[in-house]
Write a protein that binds this ligand. Structure first.
Ligand SMILES: [Zn+2]
Length: 675
């Protein structure tokens, strides 16, 4: 239910007076000495040293694919959201408009009896419309209607800053429409991929059966869906190639797109999509649209109808009766991620409200948990990190003055957004009714699509957020040149008022450094201070960057994700550059604070050691084998173990802090460094 769109090119504190329910998980310490495994030397395997005992006593819960310290915090945030939603979900006329909307959608989502009683009839209007399609000429308008309901079919249409003129927002159309998580799942011929495809095929068939199709028809429809998705997968651009913005920027007139895809009626699509008039748009991957056009011509109308039915059911499975929920979990939870049990209903409903009305629920969350003090504290830390990055750039041995001036100009222009938006999203036009969970979701999706499309032709609003305030995550947006830290992450273990500065610099400090460094990673460096895709590098400095970045590609490509699957060093390059730069500048910022007065050792660790321990313990995590495989194929981040060991082994500062011998495993012979 992706109402909060993933940041297009982006990535990746203390709870004062949190309303704590009686059964809330325990408070999370900043640094946890009992998490250490002292049987392993820090210089041998720092991740195991920092996290070993935590890993041993924190197996992945049955309803999870991963359990890490991020998740401990996310779980706490979820409890806080639940207490808000429990309070406002009673049908009380005294509630204000915000509480009515989030409360009634939560109540509707929790009302399993009403959902069972409606059955698949909750989607009747949508399914009937698909069934009534009389010819392929009707597909364009129907796709627009389905897109309004958040259904991932055929392609994606929305708005985006123009890469070459980031201040103006244009329309964008992008490859999409696959049920599996990546094109490679359709195309790889190893045994595991073939097995996953067989299970996916069975899942599509079962979902169609549940919607009322006879077994034989559902089986042949599922095969047709698989063939159609496979041809879309084949035409989709690979994840690694999508990291280069030039590969996904092809601005053209609507007439040019129409000429490229003569079999698809864009005029009808745009009219039904309901946005402002569109003249130019970014067709991210023209070859994908050529292939889509070919499928529009060759695949029978019945195949297209089956494909749309499947995606309608798939998108909405969570709010359909239990048979759909369980079938969906069986494939997308159990098979793909290794989770053993469905998450409790209340957790799924809290997540749904966060997805659908993130800034309404988030507003209440911020009121309950995030004060001015949290914002001031974070701002101070951001300023310290920016000043460290400035020093770092000024003293880089490999960059010439001309490019340094540009880099420093870009750094100065980065805007900092902390906690929550200055201006809350106005949901007043969104109607939410008790007892209508699915209708509410469809209306919330339509609200979000309309909001997104209305930006076309306008100036870019840089104050907008693409994560909700309770989210335990952060991002840099290269097209806006800003860093964004939702209130949800500005807490322990990232920042803890009761912990020393060293640990907090290893946690929140390094995360801030990470986001700042994204402005200068393999993607970010291609955008200028105003967010425009514009080369500000001298050719020699660009060459030096690429050579230094290749060192990270080679380093991380050697790491094993699981079994015979390696980490993809090219896919994870931006995150690895950000991790390495982020911890270095955070350590620099921390050392600068020691001028005011040296810190003492605590728990037997020096101040510098505690920065590294802060970083190490943020990434303690257990993942199921299935989840590690999925991650290696689709996630631009490296597993926690390598976010720790991959970084510290590049740092002479680490070797010094822990007095590691030159040949220790945590001291790489060929240490990589960009920033
Ligand atoms: Zn990141």
């Amino acid at each position: 239910m992706p109402t909060f769109k993933k940041p297009f090119l982006a990535v990746l504190v203390v709870l004062p007076a949190l309303a704590t329910p009686a059964d809330a998980p325990p408070r999370i310490p900043g640094f946890d000495p009992t998490a250490l495994d002292r049987s392993v030397a820090a210089c041998t395997d720092f991740y195991r040293f920092a996290c070993g005992n935590w890993l041993a006593r924190n197996p992945v819960p049955a309803d999870r694919a991963r359990w890490g310290r991020f998740d401990e915090l996310a779980e706490r945030n979820q409890m806080a959201l639940r207490s808000i939603l429990d309070r406002v979900s009673a049908d009380d006329p005294r509630r204000d408009a915000i509480d009515q909307k989030i409360g009634d959608q939560y109540a509707a989502c929790m009302d399993e009896a009403a959902i069972e009683a409606k059955g698949v009839g909750a989607l009747k209007a949508e399914l009937d419309r698909v069934a009534a399609l009389g010819s392929k000429a009707d597909l364009a308008a129907e796709l627009a209607r389905l897109h309004r309901g958040g259904v991932n079919a055929a392609f994606r249409f929305g708005s985006q800053p123009d890469f070459k003129d980031a201040n103006s927002v244009i329309a964008v159309t992008d490859q999409a429409g696959l049920g599996l998580p990546d094109r490679d799942y359709y195309l790889k011929d190893d045994a595991k991929s073939a097995d996953l495809r067989a299970k996916y095929l069975a899942h599509v068939q079962k979902m169609l059966e549940l919607s009322g199709e006879p077994v034989e028809k559902a089986a042949s429809d599922a095969r047709a869906v698989m063939d159609l998705e496979t041809s879309l997968a084949r035409a989709s651009l690979e994840r690694v190639k999508r990291r280069d913005p030039a590969n996904i920027y092809h601005k053209m007139k609507v007439a040019d797109l129409q000429a490229l895809t003569p079999g698809f009626d864009w005029k009808a699509y745009l009219a039904a999509a309901g946005g402002p008039p569109v003249t130019d748009l970014n067709v991210t991957v023209p070859d994908f649209f050529k292939a889509l056009d070919a499928q529009m011509g060759s695949a029978p109308l019945e195949t297209w109808k089956a494909y749309l039915r499947w995606h309608l059911l798939h998108e909405n499975a969570g709010l359909l009766p239990a048979a759909f929920v369980n079938e969906d979990f069986g494939f997308f939870g159990k098979t793909l991620t290794g989770a053993k049990e469905l998450r409790p209903r209340w957790k799924r409903c809290v997540a749904a409200v966060d997805n659908e009305m993130g800034e309404a629920l988030g507003r209440r969350y911020v009121e309950a948990t995030f004060g001015a003090e949290g914002k001031a504290r974070t701002s101070k830390m951001v300023a310290a990190l920016e000043s460290a990055l400035e020093q770092d750039i000024k003293t880089l041995p490999w960059m010439t003055e001309a490019t340094k001036v540009q880099a420093l100009g870009k750094l100065k222009a980065i805007a900092n957004k902390i906690g929550y938006p200055d201006k809350w999203r106005d949901y007043s036009s969104l109607r939410i009714a008790r007892g209508d969970a699915l209708g509410n979701k469809l209306r919330a999706e339509a609200f979000e699509v309309r909001r997104d499309l209305e930006k076309i032709g306008k100036a870019l609003d840089r104050s907008e957020w693409s994560m909700s305030p309770p989210t335990v995550n952060a991002y840099y947006n290269p097209l806006q040149n800003n860093i964004n830290f939702p209130a949800g992450i500005l807490q322990s273990p990232f920042y803890n008022v009761k912990t020393d500065r060293g640990v907090n610099y290893g946690g929140a400090g390094a995360v801030i450094g990470h986001e700042l460094t994204h402005g200068f990673d393999d993607q970010g460096r291609q955008f200028d201070a105003r967010g425009n895709l514009k080369d500000w590098w001298t050719p020699a400095d660009a060459k030096a960057f690429v050579e230094r970045a290749q060192c990270f590609v080679d380093e991380y490509s050697q790491f094993t994700a699981i079994g015979d699957v390696k980490v993809n060093g090219k896919l994870t390059l931006g995150e690895n550059v950000a991790d390495n730069g982020g911890l270095r500048i955070s350590l620099m910022a921390y050392v600068a604070t020691l001028v005011a007065g040296p810190s003492k050792s605590l728990d037997g660790f020096t101040p510098e050691q505690r920065v590294f321990l802060g970083w190490g313990q943020v990434w303690c995590e257990n993942r199921r084998p299935e989840a590690l495989r999925l991650m290696a194929q689709t996630n631009p981040h490296s597993p926690g173990r390598y976010r720790v060991n991959g970084v510290v082994s590049n740092m002479p500062e680490f070797q010094k802090a822990f007095s590691c011998k030159a040949d220790a495993p945590m001291v790489r012979q060929n240490q990589c460094r960009v920033w």
